[in-house]
Structures are given as C-alpha cells and as structure tokens.
Design a protein around this ligand. Structure first.
Ligand SMILES: Nc1ncnc2c1ncn2[C@@H]1O[C@H](COP(=O)(O)OP(=O)(O)OP(=O)(O)O)[C@@H](O)[C@H]1O
Length: 472
C-alpha cells in the first residue's frame, strides 16, 4: 500500500513540476488514483468537464509522468467519480484486493453501499447529489471561515418572503477548503422544512442539464423549474463553459435575483478572476457579498480532525486516535480538508484491517505522502496594488486611474511589472485589472521597469523589498 502511495505522490510531483503550480491546481488537484493493474492505471476526477479537458490536453503528459515511475504502464483510464462521498460503514467483510487503495479516501470495503436519503424536493428538481455528512453540524468554524459560515447560516435560515440580505452570496476558496461542505449544508438546512425549495447544482450539472434540455426541446421547462425555486446553490462555478450556457446562467441569475430569490455560488477564485465569464455576469456576481475562505489554520485543522474521528466513532466505537496523533496530523497536514479526511480514513482502515490501535508511529507511516512541502504563497494582483500603493504613498485608486503625473506613473509601472513577474496572469488580464488598460501599456511598463532595475540600484532594491513583503 505504502509503496503505491509513494509512487502516486511521486507521479503527482512530476506532473506538478511539468505543468506548473497553477495548471496543476486547476486541473489535477482533484485527481485520485483508483488502482493500477498491469499496464493500465485507473484515475478518477469529480467532473466530466475535468475528464474531457485532461484527456484533450494532458493525456500524454499524465502517461509519461506515470511511465517515468512505472515503465510498464501503457494506458491511463480516466473516470468520473460520484459527487457523493463514500460513507464509512462497519461490519462488512474486508476483501483483500480492496485494501490496496492508495488515495486518501476510505478503502471500499469500509464504504456504504447505501447512501442516506436526499431531500425529496431536491431530488425532484434534479439537483446534484448531496452528501448526508456535509451539514452545518459537522462544519467546524474557525478564523478562516467565520464570515462565510455566518452568511451561509443566514441564507439557510431565511424564510420565504424574508428580504434577501446579500444576493448573490459568493464564496471562494482554494481546493478542499470547505466550499462544497458549506453549500451542501445550506441545501440540507434550507430543505429541512417544506416551506422553501433549495436546489444545489454543480456548474457542470447546470451545463449538462441545460444542454440535455435543449436537445430534448424542454429548455423552457428547465428554465421554469430553475426559476421556480427559492434558493439556487451553484458549486464550482469556474467550470461553467460555453457561450449559450453562460448566457442562460446570466438570465437565470438575473431572473432569480430580480424576483428576490437567493443565489449562492462557490468557486475557486473571486468573480474578477473568472476570465471566461463576460463582464456583465462578473459584475453581477461581485454585486452581492463576496467572501473568501482562507487556508485552514492549525486550530481549525485540529477541529476538523476531531469531528471526523467523532463521526467515524459513531460506526466504529473502538476507533480511537490519541491526542498526540491528532496534534501531529493537525501540525503537518496543512494543505486542505480533503487530506485531513483522507488521513483519518487511512488510520481507520489500517487499524480496522490489521486490528491494531492507532499510534504515532503508524500515523507517521500511513500519512507520509499527505505531508507536502510548504508551497510558495500565491500572490494576488490586489495585494500587489495594496503593497505598492503603501510603499509609494499613493492610493490604490490612483494606480487604477488615468492620472499621468510622475508620482503615480512609476508606482503603477512597478505594480504592473510585479503583477507580470509574480503572478501567472496574462498581459490583457493585468491591463484589465489596472483600470481597463490595454495589454501594450502593460508590456511597455514591464519592459521599462526591467530595463531600469538593471541599472538603477535604488529602484532595484525597492522592487526586491516589495517582492519580499509580498512573499512573506
Ligand atoms: N470547516 C470545515 N469543517 C469541517 N470539514 C471541513 C471544513 N473545511 C473543509 N472540510 C472538509 O474537507 C474536505 C474538503 O472540503 P470541500 O469538498 O467542501 O472543499 P471544496 O472547497 O469544495 O473543494 P473543491 O475546490 O475541490 O471543490 C471535506 O471532507 C470537508 O468536509
């Protein structure tokens, strides 16, 4: 088990180096290993869209990363896994071959074959599957998510006819930081009474629902069904693709908001960074409440681990994870909630299958591949603008304005230069974020500062100091 886990994490490491951090996070962070069989490797991703994108653009790359570790591999089978996460269940006889799982999820022999019933309303409307475990009761609140949690609760507790406070509520966060959990919690809570209809759709489901409805000429019925609900919850909006789907999404959004219905959205980036959406949709999205959930602090990670252990103990009363192991996991598995869940599942699988208590030594061995080196901080254009404005004593709006006085022009050029060198944003995108400037203006600024730093020591030191402040 361990050697396959190690191999999988080495393959992921190769992929990450080969495609770069940003591409890796966008397309591969949710890829799981399902199994290796002779010449073929089975991988899974959560959406059809991810599957087709990876197949179209990265199939060769994934294969060659595998071959570098395991030359006999000649095939990659990519599948779409269910959105409903497996539930840990007791008393099922372990099948030896199943124990070879190497991802962070529970071994299949510990999964339930039946899922708890989903809300009837939600089902009838054709919503995406809901995971019964993702409720407010199991959501741990900490510094990173206090505001998002409070806003989500407020939405969930609203009653039909109540004034809508923030619309849409837009929650964004990196991979595995609890967006889906919070959105599904809103759906469960909202649908628990019969008064309101809450519909949870992944952007993908919205897309395929719409396309399928168009094909069968029932688009009108689909639109009507959507508009007949009280709260529309859309997850993973960054996957919304295609002009007609976007136009339809835009209409639906407008129709719901104008009718005083609540819309809740989650994505892995703020509205301004959803580059494939048109400006009107972006500004409508940004017009409600936009909340970011930050990375999980150590306290929050410890809370999540404890809540996972408590949930597992409901089915496996003898399962116990000593405090020192929990502290060790909270300290070392820093990346995201999914890895924390994976760690507890592995300890559970291991202790059940081998009938052994969980010890620190076992934990160190079992979760080795989940401990990732600290990644360099992701720098945002807004941070650059803020830090540069502070350094040069101008305001951020000066940087975005059309003013051309020298005290503003140089800081603006420095900020554009930093945006180009410290982020992966394109020149047109940077231009847009600097008050709608043309990409040639950005290019000019970048070249200008590049030329200046090579001969002007004072400027070069200033730029270095700005970089340090941004990377802290
Ligand atoms: N605050 C939290 N309390 C309890 N569990 C959490 C919390 N944050 C994250 N988790 C857990 O971490 C795992 C990943 O969370 P989730 O799937 O909600 O992330 P996500 O932000 O939607 O990720 P993705 O971008 O991949 O869709 C889940 O098992 C979730 O229950």
């Amino acid at each position: 088990m361990t050697s396959e886990q190690d191999r999988w994490s080495r393959v992921k490491g190769r992929l990450r180096t080969s495609v770069g951090e940003d591409v890796y996070t966008s397309w591969f962070a949710r890829m799981d290993l399902e199994g290796v069989q002779e010449e073929s490797v089975r991988l899974s991703v959560p959406t059809r869209f991810l599957k087709s994108w990876i197949q179209a653009h990265y199939a060769e790359r994934v294969l060659s990363c595998w071959q570098a570790e395991l030359p006999e591999v000649h095939r990659i089978d990519l599948t779409v896994r269910s959105a409903v996460r497996p539930v840990v269940q007791p008393k099922e006889a372990p099948a030896p071959v199943e124990a070879r799982r190497m991802d962070g999820r529970p071994a299949p022999e510990l999964r339930s074959t039946a899922t708890a019933p989903v809300s009837a309303t939600h089902d009838a409307l054709g919503g995406s599957p809901l995971d019964p475990r993702l409720t407010f009761a199991s959501f741990v609140v900490g510094r990173a998510n206090t505001l998002a949690h409070a806003a989500a609760r407020q939405v969930a507790e609203g009653r039909r006819g109540d004034p809508v406070m923030f619309n849409p509520l837009y929650i964004h966060a990196g991979v595995g930081l609890g967006k889906t959990h919070l959105l599904q919690a809103v759906t469960w809570a909202g649908n628990s009474g019969s008064e309101r209809k809450v519909l949870y759709l992944t952007a993908e489901k919205f897309m395929y629902g719409f396309v399928a409805a168009l094909k069968t000429q029932t688009a009108l019925a689909f639109k009507e069904a959507l508009r007949g609900i009280d709260v529309l919850v859309i997850d993973d909006l960054q996957f919304l693709q295609g002009k007609s789907t976007q136009a339809e999404f835009c209409h639906t959004l407008n129709a719901l908001i104008d009718a005083g219905r609540q819309v809740v959205i989650a994505a892995d980036r703020p509205p301004s960074d959803l580059e494939s959406l048109d400006d009107r949709v972006r500004s409508r999205l940004a017009g409600g409440l936009v909340v970011e959930m930050g990375s999980l602090g150590e306290d929050l990670r410890l809370g999540i681990l404890k809540s996972r252990v408590a949930a597992a103990r409901a089915h496996h009363a003898s399962f116990d994870v000593p405090e020192e192991v929990l502290n060790y996991l909270a300290r070392t598995i820093t990346h995201n909630g999914r890895d924390l869940e994976g760690a507890i599942n592995r300890l559970l699988a291991h202790s059940k299958l081998n009938n052994q208590p969980v010890t620190l030594e076992m934990a160190e061995r079992e979760v080795r591949d989940l401990i990732r080196p600290q990644e360099p901080k992701r720098i945002k254009i807004e941070d650059i603008q803020r830090v540069v404005a502070r350094q040069y004593n101008v305001s951020r709006s000066d940087l975005l304005s059309s003013r051309r006085t020298a005290n503003v022009v140089r800081p603006r050029q420095v900020a554009m230069y930093l945006a180009k060198t410290l982020t992966l944003r394109s020149l047109p995108e940077i231009g847009r974020r600097f008050g709608g400037r043309d990409h040639t203006t950005v290019l000019h600024a970048v070249r200008k500062i590049e030329a200046l730093v090579s001969k002007d020591t004072a400027l070069s030191e200033e730029v270095e100091s700005l970089k340090r402040q941004l990377q802290e």
